[in-house]
Structures are given as C-alpha cells and as structure tokens.
Design a protein around this ligand. Structure first.
Ligand code: SAH
Length: 342
C-alpha cells in the first residue's frame, strides 16, 4: 500500500484500524501534503513506535531522484526519477512569472505513438500507480518550498496518455485537489488527452472541474490519422461530440492543442478549416510549434507560416496562444520526454 495513494477518509480508516486516534490522519496529511515530507524519520511529533507502525502499514516513497536539469534561462527544470522496478520517469517544472506548473507523467512510455512525439517511440512500458503520480508533485513541491515557493498549477502533459491510465489518474486528481490533502484548485489542473472517447465521457461523470485539453493537431480526420494512430479508432465527429459533452457537463472551456508541423498542418488552408471547426465553440487554441525530436523526419514551421496561421484564427476571433518553447535545451519541451539517463 502507498500512503500517497489514499484519500483523506482512507488515511483515517487505515490509522483507526491500526489502533491510532483519528486525529493522526490530520497530522500525517500535514506532513505529507502540507510540508511535502515523505520520510517518516522527519515527522518529528511522531514517536519511534508510530513511525515504525506507519512504515509497516505502507510505503512513503517510490521515486528515487536520479538527475535534475535546469534550462539555460532558469525557468524550466527536468527531473528524472527511478522507480522500484528500475523504470525511469520524468517530470517537468515550468516557472513563468507567478506560475509554478508541474507537468506530470502518467505512464512509463506511451501507447499513442504519435508521429511527432518522442515519448511514444518506446511504446507503453507500464501504467504509473496513483502514488507515483502524486509523488511527482510532492517531490517538486519540496524542491520549491526550499526556495519559499509552491506548486500552483498541474498539467497532465508529461509522458503517457492519462486517460489510458484512468483509475490511477482520477484517484491522483482526488488527492491533489482534496482540501484536506494537497488542496490545489481544480481550475488549476489541466489534463491533456490524445482523445479517448469513452474515457472523456467517463471523466465528465467524475464531477471534477478540471480543464481538459485535447491534442487535436489537425483540422480534419484525414490529416489527423496520418500523425495520430489513435485517430483511427474514432470518427472525428464522435471525438468532437465527446469533447462538447465535457464542456457542457463541466462548464469548463476546452483547450485544443495544435502542434504546427511544416507542410503537414501549418498552412493557411488548415487554419481556415480549424477556425471553421471551432468558431462556435467556447475554447482556446494552443499552438505548439513542433519541437524537433531526434530520429523523426519532421520540420519546424517557419515564422511567417506561424503568423499567417495565427492571423486566420484572429480573423475568426478564435482565442489562441502560441506555446513558446520552454526547456528545449534540456529536452524537456513538449514531446521531447524520452528518458535519457546519461
Ligand atoms: N497523451 C497526452 C498527454 C501528452 S501531452 C496527449 O496526447 O495530449 C504532451 C503535448 O505535447 C501534447 O499536446 C502533444 O501532442 C505535444 N507534443 C508531442 N510531441 C511534440 C513535439 N515534438 N513538439 C511539440 N509538441 C509535442
């Protein structure tokens, strides 16, 4: 059992069953979530016997730090961890003005195998457990607390397809947003998906108010299928319907991520088609110029093509941002997470 995989009620019942008073749950939650301390030895108001008891009931840590890399501009940090089975895992911290955003991974490797992404090249190794997801945030929280700062946004945009690891991801969301535990506002969390239709419907039934980002990347099914193998599984309209449903049920605006790849989806005609698709939908388009991935034969869009694309979105009054590449010098940018230990 992982302590970091329990919601508050579960922590309480586990402790009560072990003969402890129920107020211990609050104390333990304060150590783990309030202070990001995962080593029972440092839980100074607990007796030695209690520390031993806690350790005998469950594990506290699953991530062993291997390497931390800082980007040249000092705004992006990439953390490499080793898991119990030797698998490697990456998380990214992006600092931008007051935002401290943790980009968490949800799987080791990824089943989606998108044509432009490094994470898919190795295929899916395994799902992460709830504790392994939560702990990425806690470890980075502890890193920030040393500088007097704290995590204030989380994006499920690291390695893996979060909706393909549905149960563990949903549980991690509960823990990270529980006011008695990590307590982050649901509005400060974004989950990004390649578009798993059934799971999108399931997520809208979970009564969260988290933001959903869809990795759309193409204005039509024809182009989408070429770069996203998962697109073959669902009709384009079916996917858009699921996304519309999420918006209706949760009242959250959708973010459409759109990677611009030279000659494939970055021309004015593609922008027109995208604009027509989204013009009556309440949403933001997040353009991501393709970040080069070793071994992939794709090109970055040119500056003039990016601006022409944006002009079309402006004409249709579609809110959009362009994700300035952060951390590409340490291969922490979108699509570059591929686990290099050396
Ligand atoms: N599997 C989820 C979560 C990964 S999020 C998803 O597909 O949404 C990572 C984001 O970075 C996605 O929008 C992904 O499409 C994008 N991305 C992947 N490779 C990229 C690359 N080489 N350059 C820029 N963005 C990339």
């Amino acid at each position: 059992m992982e302590w970091t995989a329990l919601i508050f009620e579960e922590i309480t019942s586990v402790l009560v069953e072990a003969g402890e008073p129920s107020y211990r749950a609050k104390q333990l939650a304060e150590w783990i979530y309030g202070r990001a301390i995962l080593d029972p030895a440092k839980m100074s108001n607990f007796s030695g016997a209690l520390k031993d008891l806690l350790k005998s009931i469950g594990s506290f840590q699953a991530l062993e730090p291997v390497k931390v890399q800082e980007s040249e501009d000092g705004e992006t940090w990439k953390f490499l961890w080793k898991l119990h089975d030797g698998a490697l895992l990456e998380s990214v911290l992006i600092c931008s003005e007051k935002r401290r955003t943790v980009c968490v991974s949800s799987q080791v490797g990824c089943p989606a195998k998108c044509a432009f992404c490094a994470s898919g090249k190795m295929g899916l190794k395994r799902n992460l457990t709830t504790g392994e997801i939560v702990e990425q945030v806690l470890k980075i929280q502890s890193f920030l607390m040393e500088k007097g700062e704290a995590v204030n946004h989380i994006v499920y945009m690291g390695m893996g397809e979060p909706l393909a690891n549905f149960d563990a991801v949903v549980k991690s969301l509960r823990i990270l947003t529980d006011p008695q535990l990590f307590g982050l506002s649901q509005r400060h969390i974004t989950l990004s998906t390649v578009g798993l239709v059934e799971e999108i419907y399931k997520l809208s039934q979970e009564s969260f108010k988290i933001n959903l980002a869809l990795s759309l990347h193409a204005p039509n099914q024809h182009i989408r299928k070429k770069i996203i193998p998962y697109a073959r599984k669902y009709e384009f309209d079916e996917l858009m319907k699921a996304i519309d449903d999420y918006h209706e049920v949760t009242k959250r605006d959708i973010t459409y991520e759109y990677i611009l790849i030279a000659g494939i989806n970055d021309q004015v005609e593609h922008a027109e088609e995208l604009a027509k698709l989204l013009q009556y939908r309440q949403c933001t388009v997040n353009l991501i110029p393709y970040n080069p991935v070793q071994g992939l034969n794709l090109e970055k869009p040119t500056r003039p093509d990016i601006s022409a694309f944006r002009d079309v979105l402006d004409e249709y009054e579609i809110v959009h941002t362009c994700r300035y590449t952060k951390g590409d010098d340490i291969a922490a940018a979108c699509g570059q997470l591929a686990l290099q230990e050396a």
